[in-house]
Design a binder for this molecule. Structure first.
Ligand code: XMP
Length: 520
């Protein structure tokens, strides 16, 4: 554990849940400093010098009933520190305190559930706004016998012990996940736990920035760093953080893969050279990208090809600069959990984000990813803290593989040109009607089908495009943006009139889940 934390912080012990970072995020929202540590790293020695004010045991994919399951090397429950166990954390707490956990055909509960109060406890202060509160469950086992001293605070149909507490020992367990959005008042549980633990509530984004800058300084020392610049917010914030830490030893490299949006490359050059005094190398690599993508239809192959090419180009540029030891990337937490299993547990790969899953196994450069624990909106706040302009900060996210994953099926320069024009018209319309900041992401895709149309008494046989606009907090879930019908009509007409090669415009109504935001 690092020494730079405040006196009274919260320690989150990770047992491999996909949503452990959401616990950290909820605590940050309450202005509480927290650290996440994998369960294997928790030792008695560390506790002697780093006593946390409170401990949260995360959920996880394992079962405490199985022979092998993640355990702690010593009993942290007997140190008088308040502990909150979530899902697997609750079950582990129960088994450590000699209660019982069991599994049968009726003990699984997935998705939304309703719980009702059976007893009072400080952990539920203000949580029950209704007789039954909505929570989000995801478990196969349940606590079937309470440890001595515990009482039931709330129950669901399937989990009699949905919330349990030993108020004297300050031990609390919840079967559901208060950290996820679908647990309506989940934040209250954390707020109460923070109050019970007495943790300091003075954490801010500027303290996060300071800590990041310090840790980059101590990791990088006098070595050289290259930063992969995509033109998006994430890599820009990464670059500025690193620039503040090591200034002259940073070179930003921007690879123009020919799959960028209209005028994007020029805007990036202008911004990085004029607004920030940062060394910037622009590599025009569109030829090689189109060559390698030729004939490739499969989305995962596209992503891997682009990811691998990016890294090769960075490595080549790094060699030119000489003696580069680090590669900085703007990888965010949602990129990590959807690409690889963060904890080593059995999570599923949804998409290989080019900055994570697409990395070749053998890399010559060490990675620095200072945003790896943050969500998009937190990165935006961090960017503001670092003095990046509001316009830049509020740009819609753009994926590393660029327009290639919006050009469905085979990618060609011709189709990308068409797509770029459509995208530009759509986004310009959105800006014209002051909708840009209300939307998380708006873009166009070009579909691998042609349809028949009629223009000026002539038959056309051209491409179909689809417009997509969604609202979201963090990109993990998304709602379709409800445009006014006239707006859509005006935009569609403009596209068909102004973009040669498109004769039909559609609008995507799918939410995430079940869809993802990007089409590939
Ligand atoms: P999905 O399509 O997974 O997208 O719902 C969630 C968010 O992530 C962005 N995205 C990416 N960003 N590299 C990135 O840097 C990628 O490979 C990538 N793929 C998707 C997407 O635009 C959305 O904001």
């Amino acid at each position: 554990m690092k020494k730079s934390k405040p006196e009274k912080y919260i320690l989150i012990i990770d047992f491999g849940s996909q949503v452990t970072q959401l616990i950290a995020r909820r605590l940050r929202e309450l202005k509480v400093y927290c650290e996440i540590m994998p369960f294997q790293k928790i030792t008695k020695k560390e506790f002697k010098s780093n006593n946390p004010a409170g401990i949260i045991l995360s959920g996880g994919p394992s079962s405490v009933i199985s022979n092998y399951h993640p355990k702690l090397s010593f009993n942290i429950l007997k140190r008088g520190i308040p502990v909150l166990g979530i899902c697997y954390g609750q079950q582990l707490m129960t088994s450590m305190m000699d209660g019982e956990v069991s599994s049968n055909s009726n003990s699984s509960e997935f998705g939304k559930a309703l719980i009702s109060k059976t007893n009072e406890s400080p952990i539920i202060k203000g949580f029950f706004k209704n007789k039954k509160e909505q929570v989000w469950m995801s478990h196969g086992d349940i606590v079937s016998k309470l440890p001595e001293g515990f009482k039931i605070i709330a129950s669901s149909k399937i989990s009699p012990n949905a919330i349990i507490a030993d108020d004297l020992k300050l031990l609390y367990g919840v079967q559901f996940h208060p950290e996820v959005f679908h647990t309506t008042n989940g934040k209250k549980i954390f707020e109460n736990f923070v109050n019970i633990s007495g943790a300091d509530k003075n954490w801010t984004m500027s303290s996060y920035a300071r800590k990041s800058i310090d840790s980059i300084k101590s990791e990088v020392k006098n070595e050289k760093v290259i930063c992969a610049l995509s033109g998006g917010v994430d890599s820009a914030v990464t670059a500025i953080l690193i620039h503040k830490a090591i200034s002259k030893n940073l070179t930003c490299i921007y690879v123009d893969h020919g799959l960028m949006r209209e005028n994007e490359t020029n805007e990036i050059k202008k911004m990085f050279k004029e607004s920030f005094d940062i060394k910037l190398v622009v590599v025009n690599a569109s030829k090689i990208f189109f060559k390698k993508l030729k004939g490739v239809k499969n989305p995962e192959r596209k992503r891997k090809i682009i990811g691998n090419l990016f890294i090769k180009i960075f490595e080549r540029e790094a060699k030119k600069i000489g003696n580069v030891k680090f590669l900085a990337q703007g990888t965010l937490y949602p990129d990590v959990i959807e690409s690889v299993s963060f904890s080593g547990g059995p999570s599923v790969t949804i998409k290989s984000h080019h900055n994570v899953g697409g990395l070749p196994k053998k890399m010559d450069l060490k990675l620095i990813e200072p945003l790896r624990q943050l969500f998009k909106d937190e990165v935006r706040n961090l960017g503001k803290e670092l003095g990046i302009s509001k316009d830049f900060i509020n740009r819609h996210p753009f994926p590393g593989p660029g327009l290639s994953i919006r050009c469905l099926g085979v990618v060609s320069e011709k189709k990308i040109k068409i797509l770029r024009k459509v995208d530009n018209i759509f986004v310009s319309q959105i800006k014209k009607y002051n909708l840009y900041d209300k939307i998380w992401q708006a873009f166009a895709t070009i579909l691998p089908v042609k349809t028949v149309g009629v223009m000026g008494d002539n038959r056309t046989y051209e491409n179909v495009c689809c417009l997509r606009a969604v609202t979201s907090i963090d990109g993990m879930t998304a709602e379709t943006y409800k445009f006014d019908h006239d707006f859509l009509m005006e935009t569609a007409t403009k596209i068909v009139n102004e973009v040669k090669g498109i004769n039909r415009v559609t609008y995507d109504l799918t939410t995430k889940p079940p869809g993802t935001i990007e089409w590939e």
